[in-house]
Design a protein around this ligand. Structure first.
Ligand SMILES: [Mg+2]
Length: 214
């Protein structure tokens, strides 16, 4: 089975930081349409702090659990709004079972994402159809759960990200049932949920890194 080493995770995190800079204005625009307009700024601040932290990382001695815990703590402490705590929880929880591990197989990697999304669901108390990032994550994970992880890791992950992207599209006609945008009621219809957009794009970073090694 495909094995992912620590460098894969560090490269992915650095690439997520680049993405957050590139997409800052786009994510902010989406959040301005139906929220308080801070989504892009928050994530760029958060991932900038993550990238800075990686510069001083003791690579040899850091296992995946502590790497992800550090990232999660940084996002939790540096980022305001809803997205910092949610993505912070994602990374904190994703590494939970990986004490002492310096590489994981592809199945463990998908379990990391599942664990992280469980943490987002627990913290955000949202469900499918509430017009949140879970509308991208949950259908994506459903596709992943029926994929051939052992033999087709890349195709599995491509299908995961594609379904997440579609899930983000599917938030456009919805009204918000979580967060400040609830008060907009039907005025939210016609606007994409910003968290669903950043969610699939961040997972797409893993896909791009996978394509480099598979
Ligand atoms: Mg916001």
């Amino acid at each position: 089975m495909l094995v992912l080493n620590k460098q894969f995770f560090v490269d992915s995190l650095l690439s997520m930081a680049e993405l957050a800079e590139e997409q800052r204005d786009h994510w902010t625009k989406l959040d301005s349409d139906i929220g308080d307009g801070d989504h892009g700024i928050n994530l760029s601040i958060g991932f900038r702090a993550v990238a800075k932290q990686l510069e001083t990382l003791d690579f040899e001695s850091t296992d995946i659990a502590s790497l992800y815990k550090k990232v999660g703590m940084t996002l939790l402490s540096k980022v305001g709004g809803a997205s910092g705590p949610l993505y912070g929880s994602f990374f904190m929880k994703a590494g939970t079972h990986l004490d002492g591990e310096h590489e994981v197989d592809f199945k463990q990697f998908t379990q990391m994402i599942q664990d992280g999304v469980d943490a987002i669901a627990f913290r955000g108390k949202a469900s499918l159809g509430d017009k949140t990032m879970l509308d991208a994550f949950l259908p994506g994970l459903e596709v992943l759960s029926h994929s051939d992880l052992e033999n087709e890791p890349l195709a599995s992950f491509e299908a995961f990200v594609a379904r997440m992207k579609l899930g983000s599209d599917e938030t456009i006609p919805l009204i918000c049932k979580k967060g400040r945008a609830v008060r907009l009621g039907e005025r939210a219809i016609g606007h994409r949920d910003p968290g669903s957009e950043s969610a699939w794009m961040l997972m797409n970073v893993y896909l791009e890194q996978l394509r480099k090694i598979v």
